[in-house]
Structures are given as C-alpha cells and as structure tokens.
Design a protein. Structure first.
Length: 131
C-alpha cells in the first residue's frame, strides 16, 4: 500500500474482528519504506465505538529503540531510513472493545504532504482474545 498525502488510508489486510467486552492482545509486524524525500510513516487505528487501545512500537534497528503510550487516535510516527532501505517495526498493544463489536483497522499516511511512504508485502497484524 502507498500513501502520499496527509489523509489516513486503510492498510489492506491489516484488520481483524473483535467482540464487545473482551480483552485482546495485539501484535503487528510492519515492513516500511519511504520513496525519496524525508517523510516518515504515521499510523493510527479505526476502532469500534467505545474501544480503548494502548500500544507501543519497537524499531528493528541496531539500537532496537522503542516508543509508547499511544492510543487508537494517536499520530504515531514511525521513523524511516533513507530510501531505498526497508525498516521493520513490531507494534504491540492491548485492546478493550466496550459494548460495540466490529473491526480493528490499521491506517497510515506520510508525515510530509506529497512525499510517499509504503507499507510493504509480508506485513501482518493479529489479535488474540484473552480469557
């Protein structure tokens, strides 16, 4: 998937269903790159009404740095290296859909209007209902 503007776009196939009033553990593996320019990737999530999320990411680089305390509407910035390098991220979180079932949908955009970022093949996302 490709994003070039400030509007968030759904990431194809990075979605899963949730049942109301159940706690979920979530993980995602993202393969990302910029296409020229200096843009980073920003992510957020579309969720059912009343859902709360808390997540963090780990950047799979030499430093294995991380950042956290994000919620579903945060503009989480994933720093990308210079083109054409690919960088991977792990995203982990907990989700509590309160009262409304539906889907958790990852969304992304470029941090710089007019510059392109790509979510590459073999990225995945899954959620597991906890007892």
């Amino acid at each position: 998937d490709i994003a070039t503007n400030p509007a968030y776009a759904n990431v194809t196939d990075l979605t899963f269903p949730v049942i109301a009033n159940r706690l979920y553990e979530f993980c995602a593996f993202l393969r990302c790159r910029r296409v020229g320019g200096g843009a980073d990737m920003q992510i957020q999530f579309a969720v059912p009404a009343g859902t709360t999320m808390s997540y963090y990411f780990i950047r799979n680089n030499a430093a294995a740095d991380d950042a956290g305390n994000f919620v579903e509407t945060s503009n989480c910035n994933l720093p990308l290296p210079a083109d054409p390098n690919v960088l991977t991220f792990e995203v982990r979180e907990t989700i509590l859909p309160a009262g409304t079932p539906g889907n958790i949908q990852m969304r992304f955009r470029s941090s710089v209007n007019g510059e392109t970022v790509r979510m590459l093949a073999n990225s995945y996302m899954r959620g597991t209902s906890l007892p």
